[in-house]
Design a protein. Structure first.
Length: 158
């Protein structure tokens, strides 16, 4: 595949996004409201430069680092609200595999975006740093720290 761009063909049927390339899903998560809303070419360039930085720093395949980062930052359990007799309980539940990937990609993109705000480093460098840290299961990564926070809250509500 030369360019990860499915033209939104996946969005008309349920669970079709599972067939979308993981790189395109990362690109789509970078297009959040703000400076990059709807600018897919700009988001693709950000990911491309971030992958080059990842390759230069680690010497590994950037896709391998991305997949490892998604594995390490995907939360396993979450809490849900259950109302029983007018009283609201928080109950710990397991997360579906597709939602785990969604949350991991969202947290990786959000961590890179937050790290580049009011910072001289570009978003490409911040995304590369986030991918490397999450790939190494480092707690300094935003996505990994969000995972641990979510699982800690879920564990306390068992």
């Amino acid at each position: 595949m030369v360019v990860p761009h499915s033209m939104g063909r996946h969005e008309h049927k349920r669970f079709r996004k599972a067939n979308v390339n993981i790189v395109e899903r990362l690109v789509n998560n970078l297009m959040q409201p703000g400076g990059n809303a709807g600018k897919k070419a700009k988001a693709m360039n950000i990911v491309k430069h971030a992958f080059e930085i990842v390759h230069l720093r680690t010497g590994r395949n950037p896709l391998e680092v991305l997949v490892k980062a998604v594995e390490n930052s995907a939360p396993c359990e979450d809490t849900t609200r259950i109302s029983y007799g007018g009283i609201v309980y928080h109950l710990s539940i397991d997360i579906a595999p597709q939602r785990r990937v969604d949350l991991a990609l969202r947290n990786i993109g959000e961590g890179a975006r937050q790290a580049s705000i009011n910072n001289p480093r570009s978003i490409e460098e911040c995304l590369a740093e986030e991918l490397i840290l999450a790939g190494n299961h480092d707690i300094k990564s935003y996505a990994v720290s969000k995972r641990h926070e979510l699982e800690r809250i879920a564990q306390s509500s068992r």
